[in-house]
Each structure stands twice: as structure tokens, then as C-alpha cells.
Design a protein around this ligand. Structure first.
Ligand SMILES: Cc1cc2nc3c(=O)[nH]c(=O)nc-3n(C[C@H](O)[C@H](O)[C@H](O)COP(=O)(O)OP(=O)(O)OC[C@H]3O[C@@H](n4cnc5c(N)ncnc54)[C@H](O)[C@@H]3O)c2cc1C
Length: 827
């Protein structure tokens, strides 16, 4: 049973405030969690406003599952906190939360899923979760209603549980009030005010409140509320279903929750009945033109036609589901984001405007941790851990497009339980951002992947083969084709379309001074030089990993990965003093990028240009305007693949001409097209790091192993220098290393545990099969407990990497597995 709303939790009669430091908008699990955790941090001047009643949005009808294991390490660490929070809340407030740690069983009924379950089990150990990988028979013993005939195996997580969403939310609200926060129901925020790029207050239907911060925790309303301030919060509501049976005699109340992802269903015990919920493919988006005004404890109409096929699948696994009657067919709305991940953090360009929304049906379990993270973010002015995968700055402005979201939402709901195949691509809302070369690459049989809306060629199918993924955890269908592309780069010459790079123009008479303070490297170089650099926070953590090309005395081009453009522009704008004469402009759309890479790249380009491309005239790290075909392009001698090569920045309208000329001339040199999977393999052999995987704002540039970019003594210093100096002095206890498996067969992807002399010392952050080395190579952090990490310490250990619960011997090195002296790049 749910708690009755205690009278002292709400403050309907309390005097309505006119000022507060923070206004939290939305009284679901997330808003109350944010408010409570702010008071925990000593910020008591907090007001929570709820348009109707606490929990009346999505929270009240959550199924109450509290699962800790998420798709990635960081998200699992965030979810881990829920169980701890729930027990603590009961102690503090005296209110029950209904939390029962009855555990959960994750079933596998296909070989692919079994591999996935075992990989998840390995990750669960990394997170410190108890986990038991078990046989079908053992799963059947624990869950007697289960038909195990098709079950291959399972993982049992005893720390998972269930709780009552309404009770938890009420307890959080009470705890927030006990900490000093005001909680006001029946108060709708009608507008958020900003002055000079900072939040200054909110308007409500009960009056205005001046404030320094708002936290938009309005669930499926968040996109519309955000739109009022041009804050991009891409989410869309969808119908979400569960059924509750008639009472089932003799049901064990302590049965763990059963997750049957292959059947798109979960099953839990609910007071003597079974609840079966679905994460079905082909979901039903809801309220695409806006959430109706009167929504409060809303139940949407039943839809047996939609749900019956999935119920039948579940009943094959748990036959009693096909035999009992159903008491409740519940359909309620929940919000989904285009990549199935939360939206957290401060909106770019809107100081003081925080968001915690878009919980993709795991917000009850995730709300505790997310609320704490956002509260910490606000108080400390930085994320408490690497939260990039849920950071609001990952979104591109176009992603708030309603039709885009509608289409994607049909897919994302089901993805929670669908196979999380490596390299899996979205099928819906595709083809939004295309390079000018797109059609030409289609003609070349490219298979595209999507990143930030960009269609990018991941691999090319040979003639007669359909460019379509056949997914697995092993070698996928494109493996041999991508290997050929890789070899072309190492031995001949290949073309990559890298138009999706983010390109940011920084110009003005103070550009050098302002950028130099942000960059670790010295960017006071002559025009025509390219500088590889990081941007650090004041703890030395890496906020960005970019190249900076000086185009002129007062003009720089920053090149970053496509997904980071919004974040990097935000970081720049925050870091440039207000009075400085500098402008920052996103010029991504202005130029295509055609990369010509490989030992024969010089010969090929020289055959089409009057420019002197010799080493003396055009050394590594130089950028020049050169003629090519009938056009001019900016050629940048740099690489992410570890070979001689040039990235050609081509004004967009010249791109197809330049491409056609290169392809025509390239025939004589055996030019091949190569995609992003080959790029991944090539970069891994060179141990080139990738921001977002191998480094984040919580890894210092010394830990990442990029200390060589740091100009320690440049005049004026740089942001993060003092922290780095302290760390350099003290020595580092963890560092990124390249791990190469001895056995050519197993494939690492990410989050695999790293063992040193039988002790867990870290995890893989990204990995790929290196076709020249002939092994799977991963980058990963290794930690030393008893002193600073040195190359000698690294060399002295015996390493293993755990792949799907099995450990495989590996070598570890701080040096790149391929061409560690960079001889080939400078050839
Ligand atoms: C059927 C179903 C089953 C689910 N089962 C689970 C589960 O088992 N485990 C799990 O982890 N998650 C589950 N979820 C997901 C979970 O319920 C949600 O992720 C979570 O409740 C979202 O919480 P929230 O606080 O973000 O949103 P909400 O609970 O919707 O809260 C947002 C609040 O903001 C208020 N608001 C909106 N606009 C304004 C405004 N302008 N001014 C003031 N207030 C405003 C709304 O009234 C609302 O109360 C389930 C969801 C559904 C639909």
C-alpha cells in the first residue's frame, strides 16, 4: 500500500516565498531528490514547486524496480546509490519506502544474450556489486514458475530490489523539508527569467520568485518548459505498460524480480500477484504536440492489441502468465530521449539553469543518484563524476525537433531490453545530417552509423554485398572488409570523410591570450601551425581534447569531435573573460573534411597540386592553403591513424568537386575508401585517446598520459596548471595504458576489468581489434594502491583482462603498440 500524503510534507498553507537561492521545478522522484540532496549539502534556501501534487506526473505509477546494473560503468555507479538512500530515508523520516532487497535474475535465452549477460556480470564486479552467474537449472530453482527449457543461463544480483515510488518520493520531500526546503504543491512555474545569461527568477501562478538557480525536473514536460528559454531538452513521452494478475495462490513474496530481456518483459511479485511489464519494440509515442494541461495521476487507455504479442512471449517463459486473469492493465506515460540516456547538468549558455529529466523508464531507480549528482553539480559548480554520457551538452539543437523525437521514441523504449550489441545503430530518425559527399559514399556501398545526427561511413561493403550490419559480440560481418580498409591506410592510401568534425572559429585581437590560458599547450605559434592540446578544469581534469590551428594573427580554428561541439563552445565561452575582444563561432557546416591517409598520400596529393608537399616544405603539424583540382583547400598535416597524411578542409560547395578529383587521381595509387571502424582500429594501435571514453573531466592530463602537450612554463600559465604541478610532485596513482591481449580470438569493447597479478586494478575504457597487430587492443586505467605508477611498476606486473567472466593474459604498456616512435607520421 502507498503512504497517505502526510500533512507536514506539503506546504499549501505556508507563506509563498518571493526569493530563494534554488527553485526546483517538479515534484516527482527526481525533483524531490534534488531538493533533499541540496539541503544535505547545506543549501537550505531551496523551494520545490509542483504544479499539481507530489508524484502526480510519472512517478506514482512506476513499477518500483530498483536495478543497479546499467549499460555502462558510470551509470551503474550512479544507480548503485538507490538502495543506500532508501534505507537512510526510512531512518531519517520515519516514513516507509517499501524497499525490499529481493534481488533480480537476468535471464539469457539466446547465445548472444548469454554473452551479454556474462559481460554485464564482469562489469557488475567492477562496480562492486554482488553477482552470481548461474545455470538455467539454478535459475529455475530460484524461480519455480519459470520454464527453463530455453534458458541458457542467468545472472543473479542480490542487491537489486523493489520499493514504492510514491512512498519514496514523499519521504524525500519530507526529508527535504526537514533540511529547510519549502515544498509547494499546486504551484505551476509559468516562466523562467534570465538576465545577462544567468537565471534570475521564475514566474508562477502564485507569484514570482527571484532565484539564482532553477532545476528543471519536470519529466515529460521538460522539453516544453525548456523551450521557453531556448534550452534544448530533447525528450518525448511514450506509452509504457504493465499488467498485474489476479492473486496467485502460494506465491513466494521474496521471489527476485525476473528480467527476461529476450522476451521484452520483467516480472515481479506485487502483494500476492505478479506484475509483468514490457520494454517492447515499436513503442507508442504520446502527446506529441504537448502534454495536456489537466494531466494528474494520469492513466492512458488499455491497448491489448499492442501488448498481447509480448504477453504471449512472456507466458512462454512463465506459463502461469497465460493461465491467470488480469486485474490491472496499466498504461502510463514516461519520457524518452533520443539516445536512451538521462539529461543532466547545466544548460549551455544559461548559467544557473540546471536540468534533470528524460529518465527513459529507469528514473525511479536512477532518481536518487541523479538527484544527488545534480545537487553536487550545482553546489560545486562541476559534475561530481564523469557524467558525459548523460550531460545535456551532448545534444545538438536540432534534436529537440518534434518529428525527430517522435520517430526515435518508437525505438528507444524497447532498447532498454533489446540486445546492446557493439556498434549497434539506431534505425529511426536517420539521415538528418549528411556530409556533401554522402551520396557519393552511398554509391561506394558505405554502411553508415549515426553520431550527433551525422551520417558517417563506418565501413564499406564490397560489390554485391549489402552494406548492413549483422550484429554479434564476436567478429561482425564487416570485420574482414574493415581489415582491408585498415591495411590500405597502413600500406597504401585511403580516404576518410571526416566532415562531422566540430569546427569552431575563435577570432579577435585577444584570441591568442584568451585561448592560451585555456589550452595546456603553447598556442602562441606562427600562423599555419597546428597544435594538439587539452583544455583542463582547475583540478587538472580534461574538459576537451582538440587541435588548434592558427589561421592568422587574430584567428584560430579549433577542431573537435562532432559530439562535443556544443560542450566545447560552452567551455570556451565560459573561459574567455567578458571584456576580451574575442568571438567564438560554430563553423562546422562551412567545411567538409576529406582525410587522405597512408604512406602513398603524398604521392597522390602531389599528383593533383602545385604545392610542395615534401617534408621540408610541409612538415607534420603544418596547415596550408593548397590548390587541388580546380579548387583551394586547407591541408592540415595531422593524423588520427598514425600514418603520413593530410586532412583537407574544403569549403562545403567545393567538396564534391575535390572529392571527385581525388577519387579519379587516386585510381593510379590504389586509393580505397575507409570508414570509422577502420579508424578505430588504427587509432587503437597508436594508443590515441578518445575524449568521452579514455579521458574525461575527472582524469588529469597526466593520468591520461598526455603530459607531453603541456607547456608548463608558458607566460600566463593555463587553467589547471597548479593542480597538475601538485600532482606531478606527488606522483600519480592511476594511468592510462594500452593493453593487448595475447590470444587473437577474444574481443574487448569497453568496461572489461583489468587484473594485475590477480588483483583488480582498473577497467578498459575503449577497445578495438588492431588489424596490423592482430590482437584486440584496449586503453584502460590501471591503479596502484601502494605508490606512484611508473613504467617499471607497469612492466613488472602480469596482466589479464576479463571478457565475459573469463580472464585472458594481456601485455600492458604506456607506449603505443604500433610505431611508438612516430617514425611513420613524420616520414
Ligand atoms: C509504467 C511505468 C513503469 C515504470 N517503472 C519503473 C521502474 O520499475 N523503475 C524505475 O526506475 N522507473 C520506472 N518508471 C520510470 C519512472 O517512473 C520515471 O522515470 C520517473 O518517475 C521520472 O520521474 P521525474 O521526477 O523525472 O518525473 P515526474 O514524476 O513526471 O515528475 C515531474 C513533475 O513535474 C511537474 N511539473 C511539470 N511541469 C511543471 C511546471 N511548469 N511547474 C511545476 N511543476 C511542473 C509534474 O506535475 C510532475 O509531477 C516507470 C514508468 C512508467 C510509465
Amino acid at each position: 500500500m502507498q503512504n497517505v500524503i502526510p500533512a507536514d510534507v506539503t506546504a499549501a498553507g505556508a507563506e509563498f516565498p518571493t526569493r530563494a537561492r534554488v527553485v526546483v521545478i517538479g515534484g516527482g522522484i527526481v525533483g524531490t531528490s534534488v531538493a533533499f540532496h541540496l539541503t544535505e549539502r547545506g543549501w537550505n534556501d531551496v523551494v520545490l514547486l509542483e504544479r499539481r501534487r507530489l508524484t502526480s506526473g510519472t512517478t506514482w505509477h512506476a513499477a518500483g524496480l530498483v536495478g543497479q546494473l546499467r549499460a555502462t560503468y558510470n551509470m551503474s555507479m550512479l544507480a548503485k546509490y538507490a538502495a543506500e538512500l532508501f534505507s537512510d530515508l526510512e531512518r531519517r523520516t520515519g516514513l516507509g519506502t517499501g524497499f525490499r532487497a529481493n534481488g533480480s535474475i537476468l535471464l539469457a535465452t539466446t547465445p548472444g544474450r548469454w554473452e551479454e549477460v556474462k559481460r554485464n556480470a564482469s562489469m557488475a564486479r567492477l562496480c562492486g556489486f554482488d553477482v552470481e552467474v548461474m545455470s538455467a537449472d539454478r535459475a529455475g530453482e530460484m524461480w519455480p514458475l519459470l520454464d527453463t527449457s530455453e534458458v541458457i543461463g542467468a545472472a543473479y544480483l542480490p542487491g537489486d530490489g523493489t520499493a514504492n515510488p510514491t512512498d519514496v518520493t514523499q519521504a524525500l520531500a519530507k526529508a527535504a523539508r526537514m533540511g529547510g526546503a519549502g515544498v509547494f504543491e499546486h504551484t505551476k512555474v509559468t516562466g523562467i527569467h534570465e538576465r545577462d545569461g544567468r537565471v534570475s527568477g521564475v514566474s508562477t501562478d502564485r507569484g514570482d520568485i527571484a532565484c539564482e538557480y532553477v532545476v528543471n525536473c519536470t519529466g515529460m514536460w521538460a522539453r516544453e518548459l525548456g523551450a521557453g528559454n531556448d534550452v534544448v531538452i530533447p525528450l518525448h513521452a511514450a506509452e509504457h505498460f504493465y499488467l498485474v494478475t489476479e492473486p496467485v495462490p502460494g506465491l513466494d513474496p521474496d521471489l527476485p524480480t525476473l528480467r527476461c530481456p529476450d522476451d521484452t518483459a520483467y516480472i515481479r511479485v506485487d502483494t500476492g500477484k505478479l506484475m509483468v511489464g514490457f520494454f517492447e519494440p515499436g513503442a507508442k509515442p504520446w502527446a506529441t504536440h504537448g502534454i495536456p494541461e489537466d494531466v494528474e495521476f494520469l492513466t492512458l487507455p488499455e491497448d491489448w492489441d499492442h501488448i498481447t504479442p509480448f504477453l504471449e512471449r512472456a507466458a512462454r517463459r512463465v506459463p502461469i502468465l497465460g493461465e491467470v486473469g488480469y486485474q490491472l492493465h496499466f498504461n502510463g506515460p514516461e519520457s524518452f530521449t533520443p539516445d536512451d540516456r538521462y539529461v543532466l547538468g547545466e544548460a549551455p549558455g544559461h548559467r544557473g539553469y540546471f536540468v534533470a529529466a528524460g529518465f527513459n523508464s529507469v528514473g525511479f531507480a536512477g532518481g536518487g543518484g541523479a538527484g544527488r549528482a545534480v545537487a553536487d553539480w550545482l553546489v560545486d559548480d562541476r559534475a561530481p563524476m564523469d557524467l558525459w554520457e548523460v550531460d545535456i551538452r551532448r545534444f545538438m539543437p536540432f534534436q529537440r525537433n518534434r518529428r525527430y523525437l517522435y520517430g526515435r521514441t518508437t525505438e528507444t523504449l524497447g532498447l532498454l531490453y533489446d540486445m546492446h550489441w557493439p556498434f549497434r545503430q539506431y534505425e529511426t530518425s536517420r539521415g538528418v545530417r549528411r556530409s556533401p559527399l554522402h551520396d557519393r559514399l552511398v554509391a561506394r556501398n558505405a554502411c553508415f552509423g549515426e553520431v550527433g545526427g551525422w551520417e558517417r561511413a563506418n565501413w564499406y561493403a564490397p560489390d554485391g554485398i549489402e552494406p548492413r550490419y549483422a550484429y554479434s559480440y564476436g567478429r561482425q560481418n564487416w570485420f574482414p572488409f574493415s581489415a582491408e580498409e585498415h591495411r590500405a591506410v597502413r600500406e597504401g592510401v585511403a580516404l576518410f570523410d571526416q566532415t562531422s568534425f566540430g569546427k569552431i572559429l575563435v577570432q579577435g585581437r585577444d584570441a591568442e591570450r584568451a585561448l592560451d590560458r585555456i589550452c595546456t599547450a603553447d598556442i602562441a605559434v606562427a600562423p599555419g601551425r597546428i597544435v594538439y592540446t587539452q583544455w583542463l578544469n582547475d583540478r587538472g581534469g580534461v574538459e576537451a581534447d582538440v587541435t588548434v590551428t592558427r589561421l592568422a594573427e587574430d584567428r584560430y580554428l579549433v577542431v573537435t569531435t562532432g559530439t562535443q561541439t556544443v560542450r566545447d563552445i560552452d567551455w570556451l565561452r565560459r573561459g574567455i573573460p567578458r571584456e576580451a575582444h574575442v568571438t567564438v563561432t560554430d563553423v562546422t557546416s562551412g567545411e567538409a573534411v576529406i582525410s587522405i591517409m597512408g604512406p602513398r598520400s603524398r604521392e597522390l596529393l602531389a599528383s593533383m597540386s602545385d604545392a610542395d608537399l615534401s617534408n621540408d616544405a610541409f612538415p607534420f603539424g603544418a596547415a596550408r592553403e593548397v590548390d587541388l583540382g580546380l579548387a583551394y583547400v586547407r591541408a592540415a598535416r595531422t593524423t588520427y591513424v598514425g600514418e603520413l597524411g593530410w586532412e583537407l578542409y574544403v569549403p562545403t560547395e567545393f567538396a564534391t568537386h575535390v572529392y571527385d578529383e581525388i577519387v579519379a587521381a587516386g585510381e593510379a595509387f590504389g586509393l580505397r575508401h575507409a570508414g570509422y571502424h577502420a579508424l578505430g582500429s588504427l587509432r587503437m594501435e597508436k594508443a590515441y585517446r578518445h575524449w568521452g571514453h579514455d579521458m574525461s573531466d575527472e582524469d588529469t592530463v597526466l593520468e591520461v598520459g598526455l603530459g607531453f602537450t603541456v607547456a608548463w612554463d608558458k607566460p600566463g600559465g593555463f587553467v589547471g596548471r597548479e593542480a597538475l604541478l601538485r600532482q606531478r610532485e606527488a606522483g600519480i596513482a592511476r594511468r592510462l595504458a594500452a593493453l593487448t591481449l595475447a590470444d587473437p580470438e577474444p574481443l574487448m569493447y569497453h568496461n572489461e576489468p583489468i587484473w594485475r597479478d590477480g588483483e583488480l586494478v582498473g577497467r578498459i575504457t575503449s577497445a578495438m581489434f588492431g588489424h596490423t597487430i592482430g590482437r584486440s587492443i584496449g586503453l584502460g586505467y590501471v591503479r596502484r594502491a601502494d605508490g606512484p605508477i611508473t613504467a617499471d611498476w607497469l612492466a613488472a606486473g602480469a596482466y589479464e583482462v576479463e571478457v565475459a567472466t573469463e580472464r585472458f593474459p594481456a601485455s600492458a604498456s604506456f607506449r603505443a603498440p604500433y610505431d611508438p616512435t612516430n617514425a611513420r607520421i613524420r616520414a
